[in-house]
Design a protein around this ligand. Sequence first.
Ligand code: SAM
Ligand code: SF4
Length: 344
Amino acid sequence: MSSEELIERAERTHRLSEGELAALLADAACEEALAAAADRVRHAHVGDGVHLRGLIEFSNICRRNCLYCGLRRDNAKLERYRLSPEQIVALAVKAKGYGYRTVVLQSGEDAHFTAEVLVPVLREIHAMDVAITLSIGERGREEYRAFREAGADRFLLRFETTDAELYHRMDPGMSLANRIRCLHDLKELGYEVGTGTLVGLPGQTVESIARDILFCQELDADMLGVGPLIPNQDTPLGNEPCGDLHLTRRLVSLLRLTLPDANIPATTAVETMMPGGRELFLASGANVVMPNVTEGEFRRKYALYPGKACVSDTPAHCRGCMEARITRMGRFIAQDKGFRKRQA
Ligand code: SAM
Ligand code: SF4
């Protein structure tokens, strides 16, 4: 079957086999047709509103050692920081002031933030009538439960790759099985769950990315966050090539076609690799942007990879810039909290 026929079928049925997904991922020539189909499905299922989520990077301290990430514990060059509960709440107040209806609290796997420390922060932010997304890595089910009961609505935890051998090589001391256990726990506890792939890990294949898509479908993920690897010189993957932005774009389009009502961000990594990348991805299936609310030196120190987009902008500038860019595309900023609206 030709790529055109596969895209037509995906748009109609939202189902493709592993082999069909791999064929489309590998076919650079079909990228525009794929993006156009994903854009139609995005329009039909989640509309033209773009959801903004204010991102608060509250600690860059991490007990893990992922080979690609600048926050890894062995990176002695990184100046570490940890915001106090008062500082986190103050940033959430500002995020609400910018009009964001969701705050995303993201950090390294920082053991300081036990349930005892984080629960009061979540309660305070929840009382401000904003949705809360956590992105703080792997925890036990009971901690996830405590965070959920304190007001956390969503959780972002990428599986990075469903290729177990590759996962174990990239994330030493961690296990894909535990990551998947976390995702199932989070679903069962009633979180909206976001996950996805890091594109460009050494040795990753289109077949393995095709299996990632099927995994997301099987999990019925509510949010799908994918981005290209951006090599960081202070990590073991410093000399690897960048992840392929075009392959990442085809992946985003295929995720929209296979999970039509999910929320899909145009991630910071795509904007970092290509100015205007956010718009390109918003026109290829994405419907969410996560502007940074972190202020001053902390923004610079949350250095997953070099050249991070907008690192020297202020949060107020990001808000204005994002609104102008979205309006220019003929889209608008959604005013609701942006939960997944399931289609019957
Ligand atoms: N520590 C938590 C975790 O790992 O889930 C949340 C923060 S972590 C920094 C968020 C995501 O950043 C990871 O899931 C990974 O995919 C991405 N990331 C880390 N290093 C990166 C790099 N060099 N290039 C692109 N993305 C990267
Ligand atoms: Fe830590 Fe997350 Fe970076 Fe891994 S990806 S080193 S868990 S911050």
